[in-house]
Design a protein around this ligand. Structure first.
Ligand SMILES: [Zn+2]
Length: 219
């Protein structure tokens, strides 16, 4: 199989982005990773992201700090006065939505892509009907258009920057099965939104993770 040239992968340290990283290693010659410290209660995930990037032997792992999202609050992921719910989300979009998170992440990754001449940006968003607006296909294609319109590399070289979203339309279970096939070390990933160590096992993210990992064993 002919590999594409290069990619920068948004790596949170969770199982989806870890699987994306392993998939990228298979499909691209050069793989970079980028992780964000944005005031998330589960910033412990960054330590997992560092370890995963090391195991995957990425070309470079960038860690970027974004203080404004905590300052902004209003999300249960960053605001100390709001609790991460243990039950399923009822609000749409959920209280765990972080304002403009993926747009911010993609635009920063795009800046690195522009400087390092990276032609693809990988993001592990999945399932077309996500409750998070910035995890939908519509968002990804609009972001891609904006990034190409503002890229110096694109203006100079007349190529394109592609947003790589292989998991759109896949469920968490599909991703877990793919990750298993690719040899992702799931024991070195972290997903809990409450940020406890060990993971709380109760929040929606913990439960979705558990269900997905269980489905591998059932196969
Ligand atoms: Zn949890």
């Amino acid at each position: 199989m002919i590999k594409e040239k290069n990619i920068i992968v948004l790596l949170s340290g969770g199982m989806d982005s870890a699987t994306l990283l392993w998939l990228a290693k298979q499909n691209f010659e050069e793989v970079y990773a980028i992780s964000f410290i944005y005031g998330q209660k589960h910033s412990i995930e960054i330590e997992y992201a560092k370890e995963l990037a090391k195991i995957a032997d990425v070309k470079q792992h960038f860690i970027v700090e974004l203080p404004h999202l905590k300052q902004l609050g209003k999300s249960a992921l960053t605001d100390p006065s709001l609790e991460v719910p243990s039950q399923d989300y009822t609000d749409q979009p959920p209280i765990t939505t972080v304002p403009m998170r993926n747009l911010t992440f993609l635009s920063i990754a795009a800046a690195f892509a522009d400087v390092y001449e990276i032609e693809n940006i990988g993001i592990g968003i999945h399932s077309l009907d996500s409750p998070y607006p910035d995890c939908r296909a519509e968002f990804a294609s609009a972001a891609e258009a904006a990034i190409n319109a503002s890229s110096v590399m694109v203006a100079n070289k007349k190529n394109r920057i592609k947003i790589y979203t292989p998991f759109l339309g896949m469920s968490k279970v599909d991703i877990a099965k793919l990750g298993y096939k690719l040899g992702v070390p799931f024991e070195k990933t972290y997903s809990c939104y409450k940020g406890t160590n060990p993971p709380c096992g109760e929040c929606a993210t913990c439960r979705q993770r558990e269900e997905a990992l269980k489905s591998i064993k059932e196969d």
